[in-house]
Design a protein around this ligand. Sequence first.
Ligand SMILES: NC(=O)c1ccc[n+]([C@@H]2O[C@H](COP(=O)([O-])OP(=O)(O)OC[C@H]3O[C@@H](n4cnc5c(N)ncnc54)[C@H](O)[C@@H]3O)[C@@H](O)[C@H]2O)c1
Ligand SMILES: O=C(O)CC[C@@H](O)C(=O)O
Length: 401
Amino acid sequence: MIVYLADKLPEAALKELGSLGCEVENHPDATSSDIANGIGKAMVLVVRSTVVTKECINNSPNLTLIIRAGAGVNNIDLDAASKSGIFVANCPGQNSIAVAELTMGLILSLDRFLPDNVIDFRSGNWKKAVYSKADGLYGKTLGIIGTGQIGTEVIRRARAFGMPVVAWSRSLTPEKAEQLDVTCAASVKEVASQCDILSIHLAMSPETKSLISSDVLSGLKDGAFFINTARAEVVDEEALYRELNSGRIRAGLDVFSDEPEFKKGEFTSRFQKLDNVYITHHIGASTKQAQMAVAMDAVDIVRGYLQEGTVRNWLNRCEKTQAPWQLIVRHFDKPGVLANVLAELKDAGINAQEMENVIFDGMKTACCSIQLDVKPDDGVIDAINERHDEVITAVLLPTRT
Ligand SMILES: NC(=O)c1ccc[n+]([C@@H]2O[C@H](COP(=O)([O-])OP(=O)(O)OC[C@H]3O[C@@H](n4cnc5c(N)ncnc54)[C@H](O)[C@@H]3O)[C@@H](O)[C@H]2O)c1
Ligand SMILES: O=C(O)CC[C@@H](O)C(=O)O
């Protein structure tokens, strides 16, 4: 099996893929346009932030599995992958501590003006009085939007700093809020108006696009810090720029909309002119610990696919088919039995959707569940049951759709 790596993964992961028997095509500097014409004969594509477009998918006839070595999958055209029957998987949770650590770093940097401190030191400017005006973080309220894996890790660290936390998340219940030791807010706007520091930890999706709206940002207190280590698109960046340009708030960002896709080179951004914004190079996930954890998780997904034919963390699986009926066929385990059952269904114009066949101990008998889009009439079930030397019983049941 050929595995194409279109981003940099640690050497240990390449070795591990090799020991699984995979042929590795290693392209650590690949960009989206480099892979747009396809990835040749590779069956598996592993990416970090490299964008996987519809063109890449359509031009890669052997591709069957795309692994995002990271959490967010908004760099992969999921729709195109699903249309071509290509599995997409990710490695959730493996880099959440790293992102939480960067979040705390950005908060500390803003409070203590750490980057400017260092820049002035390096240029020989001693400005102790200028940099002695930090407020301190103890007792400051941290607002968290999205209490997933990263949000939760940030909450833990903030509590250790003595910061009360107010949070909003679509699935945050008062019980879960109590467990996390946070105040549960009714809306994003409510968090913004109550906190001193607002930190965003939402996945990017059509529903979360610009969820951090102009209204939310204008609701922040004067002098508030705004932190985004999630994705640029979850924020109305025009509104953020306006707030920052006015000098009313300050920000620490690991993501912004015109972030370069290339790994190294010159670039310009309007944020470069604002001294109340500290921007890092989308490095939230980039600690050795996190990179190793993510890469080994990606390798383990390849291992499962290769050795067991299953895809762990399969994201584009239809959550629940619309099939209203399921046919449970207990049968003798011999060639052609299932083909004959499916032929009866086909002749009746019935489509089999999801299907699972499991074998009983002794390997003489098996049970197959087949989800059906249409109810077969009694004649079809009788015809299947009449295959006495193949079928033990076939029973039709409604599904719980
Ligand atoms: N800066 C980096 O290097 C870096 C690294 C890892 C992750 N990230 C970003 O951080 C995001 C969060 O990562 P995580 O590991 O905490 O993921 P997670 O899946 O554990 O959490 C995602 C959060 O987004 C919320 N969410 C998802 N869909 C939503 C919707 N439709 N409406 C409202 N809320 C919704 C979830 O409720 C949850 O709170 C990732 O999706 C990724 O974009 C950035
Ligand atoms: O791999 C990276 O550098 C970024 C990963 C990060 O954005 C993620 O969503 O996991």
